[in-house]
Design a protein. Structure first.
Length: 154
DNA sequence: GCCAACGTTGGC
DNA sequence: GCCAACGTTGGC
């Protein structure tokens, strides 16, 4: 899952109550479908900082609440307000994620591109813009082995 | 700041 | 349903 660190970084997540946040503001149908239809409680996710210097995979989190309507779509003052989302038939959904580990070695895109096991990874595809993507188990494992995750409570 | 790669909108 | 115009994402 991508986030712009200027807006909400993994360090903000670490500081949040119970290291948990709702993943609001996603306004892309495919990304929404991943969250609404595919994500299950306990699923693990990679946290990625986009538009950063450099852009990096910075840690892991878990799904701590499965999908529910994204109420920020109905909030006039929210930057992601969507007049076409009807509270009686919500258009946008979100999940909650809880921080699992921060990488002691953040993994920049340029570095990930050099890893043969990751050549097919969606994140590394040219023009890959989707903010919620699926990651293959082997890719997840490889990235964790490179990132040296530092668990919160251990 | 540039621009490729999308996704969305709306006229027809 | 097609597609041009426009808007957004995000690496570089």
């Amino acid at each position: 899952m991508k986030t712009e660190p200027d807006v909400f970084s993994i360090y903000d997540l670490a500081k949040a109550e119970k290291s948990t946040t709702c993943w609001d503001g996603v306004r892309n149908y495919q990304a929404r479908n991943y969250m609404r239809d595919l994500m299950k409680f306990g699923d693990r996710v990679l946290v990625y900082h986009s538009n950063a210097e450099p852009s990096c995979v910075v840690g892991t989190a878990t799904i701590s609440n499965t999908s529910y309507p994204d109420h920020t779509a109905w909030d006039l003052k929210d930057p992601h307000f969507d007049p076409k989302s009807d509270p009686n038939s919500p258009r946008w959904f979100m999940v909650d994620i809880t921080l699992e580990a921060i990488f002691q070695v953040p993994l920049a895109l340029s570095e990930l591109r050099l890893i043969p096991e990751l050549f097919k990874m969606e994140l590394l595809r040219k023009g890959s813009r989707l903010s919620v993507q699926s990651v293959r188990a082997e890719e997840f494992k490889k990235i964790c082995s490179l990132g040296k995750p530092k668990r919160l409570n251990s």
